[in-house]
Design a protein around this ligand. Structure first.
Ligand code: PHE
Length: 450
């Protein structure tokens, strides 16, 4: 008997028909490593941020070669995700089998990296940066792709015992100094950043951890927030400078950011930063002070260490810095795309001819809402379309929901835009794709087309 299996990054994993939902078209993306390409927008951005953060005192060790298959332990349990957390669901996550999945965030490697830098903390402070591709089942449009990139960052300080005679423990003095170093860098930026922060003082819904003092929480969060503001001002100021040079008429006069409260199972308190860009608040990054249980799992002694972590999405930032209108372009191997970028430079992408799209609707009756009837999730439909049309699909939008007044049966209609980035599609080609999508829907979900 042949055991069903898939091969990812040269390793074979057994699959389980009840659990496996990773598809061939996704597996093909697992060895692209766009973040390692020096002249690719993702690689350029990654390098820019690493350079800025390490310009302070080179305290971040860099880990950029983690492979995307991780265990459910690494991705969820090690970080304290409850068993019923929605992030674990099959509709959002690509599972390989019951124990392995494609990481949904770079936090999956936090525990391992905290272990790796443990002995660096002898000099009282250390940290790491991890960049990698991450995977989430999602809708299809210009800004969503099932693979994107994150950079994880963390800093920890080794606590000192209050030494006799001195007013403050040594690590408190050290964190104060470290804050000043980040602030010095921030003050050198040419466009000043305006920060709106009403997450302080802390409220009950975003509490501090018992083991940290009020002063430690205050100082660690200042260091965290200033460090992230430094990243934001580095990349956005570079953009503003190039817009000034190009005399772009939408050049912003100031850089506005705001802090909001958030929740992550492995940090407390937790926050998110948003930046005001071209008329809207853009979510950039989640962060917080690392929970002691994560540090304990990584082998640190109780009360030994304090620190912070953040996770930054790279693709959206790259798209606006390089003016890339469609996220699929990041994955294109067309030279008209790749030749436009070079190491260390933020340049605006010049679109090469846009090819027309073709709309096709697919309308179907949903399966009966009964316990043993196999239901179809919107992300399942997205997956079927991606797997058949690949990057030839530009977007899929829900256009209609209908409930039959007499029978109560529900139907739904989605509009698919088939559009290639580098050539014109023929009608026959689009029809064939659409037909395959329809028959797959019937075959896999038993839906009845309308
Ligand atoms: N992993 C989180 C996300 O993907 C971001 C995060 C990283 C939050 C580290 C807190 C600390 O949304």
């Amino acid at each position: 008997l042949k055991i069903p299996q898939v091969e990812i990054n040269g390793i074979k994993y057994k699959t389980n028909p009840k659990i496996t939902n990773v598809t061939d078209s996704i597996i093909q993306l697992t060895d692209r490593s766009l973040h390692l390409k020096e002249s690719h927008p993702i690689g350029i951005l990654r390098h820019l941020i690493e350079k800025k953060l390490n310009s302070i005192d080179n305290s971040f060790r860099i880990f950029n070669n983690f492979k995307p298959v991780v265990t459910t332990m690494e991705n969820f349990d090690s970080l304290g995700f409850p068993k019923d957390h929605p992030g674990r669901s099959k509709s959002d996550t690509y599972y390989i089998n019951e124990t392995h999945l494609l990481r949904t965030h770079t936090s999956a490697h936090e525990l391992e990296c905290f272990q790796k830098i443990k002995y660096d903390t002898e000099n009282s402070k250390s940290g790491f940066l991890i960049s990698a591709d991450v995977y989430r089942r999602d809708e299809i449009d210009k800004t969503h792709y099932p693979v994107f990139h994150q950079m994880e960052g963390a800093t920890i300080w080794k606590r000192a015992k209050a030494n006799e005679g001195a007013k403050e423990p040594l690590h408190i003095k050290k964190i104060r100094e470290d804050i000043r170093k980040v602030e010095d860098k921030l003050n050198k930026e040419n466009v000043k950043i305006t920060v709106d922060d009403n997450t302080l003082p802390l409220k009950e819904d975003n509490p501090k951890q018992e083991y940290m003092s009020d002063l430690e929480v205050d100082l660690c969060s200042q260091h965290l927030k200033r460090s992230i503001e430094l990243i934001v001002s580095e990349v956005f100021n570079k953009k503003i400078a190039s817009m000034i040079k190009d005399k772009a008429n939408n050049t912003p006069k100031e850089l506005k950011v705001r802090w909001i409260n958030a929740y992550f199972p492995w940090t407390a308190p937790s926050w998110e930063i948003e930046v005001w860009w071209q008329g809207e608040w853009l979510e950039l990054c989640g962060c917080g002070l690392i929970r002691e249980d994560v540090l304990l799992r990584a082998g640190y002694k109780p009360s030994e260490t304090v620190g912070w972590a953040f996770g930054l999405g790279l693709d959206r930032i790259a798209m606006l810095l390089f003016e890339i209108p469609d996220i699929r372009l990041l994955w294109s191997s067309d030279e008209r795309f790749s030749k436009q970028f070079s190491k260390g430079l933020i340049t605006s992408f010049k679109p090469y001819s846009k090819h027309p799209g073709s709309f096709r609707d697919v309308a179907f009756w949903l399966p009966k809402d009964e316990p043993d009837v196999h239901q179809i999730h919107e992300n399942d439909l997205m997956e079927i379309i991606r797997n058949i049309a690949g990057d030839l699909v530009e977007s899929v939008k829900l256009v209609d929901n209908f409930t039959h007044p007499k029978t109560g049966r529900k139907s739904t209609c989605y509009r698919i835009n088939y559009q290639s980035m580098d050539r014109n599609l023929t009608n026959a080609e689009v029809n064939a794709l659409q037909e395959t999508v329809c028959s797959k829907l019937i075959e896999e979900y038993g839906v009845e087309l309308r």
